[in-house]
Design a protein around this ligand. Structure first.
Ligand SMILES: [Mn+2]
Length: 321
């Protein structure tokens, strides 16, 4: 479905429930809030599925948008969700009932929904939601704020390789609604808690380097958070941290999960396909940023990911020779 078709499709429906992905980031939360407000502006009933599990950094954008208990939607829409495994616990019930429309920008999109509006060329899903909303009526500042957060956070403040001219055009149009981007930039990109600094210090002390420093691995067991006095709130976008070190092409961040196993994030700037690496371990994402879940300790996960990196390097070398 194109954005135009998605807009028409939304216009013809009502009683919307919007689903976000688990371990939500600014993109999924911002898309949900922007879409919810846009649909309400059309006089429709729209709510966001509860149990989003966002950190306090993103809570303000959801204010007034969470579905009341017992809400029975007619139309279920997911935003920024690439695959079945990324639904929240509450969202899974709606996945079982069937998702009517998925709006997404992941190349690993599995087409779980009846209709899909996907464009992997977009830096953020927020760009797609913005484009859909412009076809439904004027985009106002209250919709623009969460959409700007979606786009700014998913592109690392317009710095990652997924940032395109279209990204800037969407951001510029959002600014023209009269919204104020400065407090958002301060909040999301220029503020670090004391605990976060401790986390970064501990990561640097314990980081592992391979291939003369081209590969950097951060191991983050639960004990590291305790030592730093850090909570989930202090860990936002931690997977971008090691990529800032000079000479690092591939950064791998491995976090031990409370429920056991590890969450792995792979970021690349040297041409290695991060999505292919994570796909070998049952995950997915984008070519320069991808993720997966791996059982075992952080050390075991490191071995599994490094093995996957070597396999993909080997494959990419063969295909290009
Ligand atoms: Mn996204």
């Amino acid at each position: 479905m194109t954005c135009r078709q998605a807009a028409q499709w939304l216009r013809e429906r009502d009683q919307f429930l919007i689903l976000t992905h688990r371990r939500p980031d600014g993109d999924t939360i911002g898309c949900a809030a922007g879409l919810c407000r846009g649909l309400r502006r059309l006089g429709k009933t729209a709510h966001i599925c509860p149990g989003t599990g966002e950190t306090s950094l993103f809570t303000p954008y959801l204010e007034g948008c969470i579905a009341p208990e017992g809400f029975q939607p007619e139309t279920v829409v997911s935003v920024d969700i690439a695959a079945e495994g990324l639904f929240t616990d509450t969202g899974k019930q709606w996945l079982a009932r069937g998702v009517d429309l998925a709006i997404d920008h992941h190349p690993s999109q599995t087409f779980f929904a009846k209709n899909t509006c996907v464009d992997p060329g977009r830096g953020a899903c927020g760009e797609l939601v913005y484009e859909i909303l412009t076809r439904l009526g004027p985009v106002t500042a209250d919709m623009a704020v969460p959409l700007y957060v979606a786009i700014a956070t998913d592109t690392g403040s317009f710095q990652y390789s997924n940032t395109t001219a279209a990204t800037h055009r969407a951001a510029a149009a959002l600014l023209e609604t009269g919204m104020d981007a400065f407090p958002l930039s301060k909040r999301h990109f220029r503020t670090r808690s004391w605990a976060r600094l401790q986390v970064e210090g501990l990561i640097v002390r314990g980081m592992r380097r391979y291939d003369e420093g081209a590969i950097a691995v951060a191991l983050i067991p639960r004990s590291l958070l305790t030592e730093a006095g850090a909570t989930e709130e202090d860990m936002e976008d931690i997977s971008a941290f090691l990529g800032q070190i000079e000479g690092v092409d591939t950064s791998i961040t491995i976090r031990e999960l409370e429920e056991g196993g590890c969450k792995v994030s792979v970021r690349t700037s040297g041409g290695l396909d991060a999505c292919a690496v994570c796909a070998r371990l049952g995950g997915g994402g984008h070519a320069a940023a991808a993720g997966c879940s791996v059982p075992g300790t952080v050390e075991e996960a490191e071995q599994a990911v490094l093995a996957a990196v070597r396999q993909v390097e080997h494959g990419q070398r063969n295909c290009c020779d």
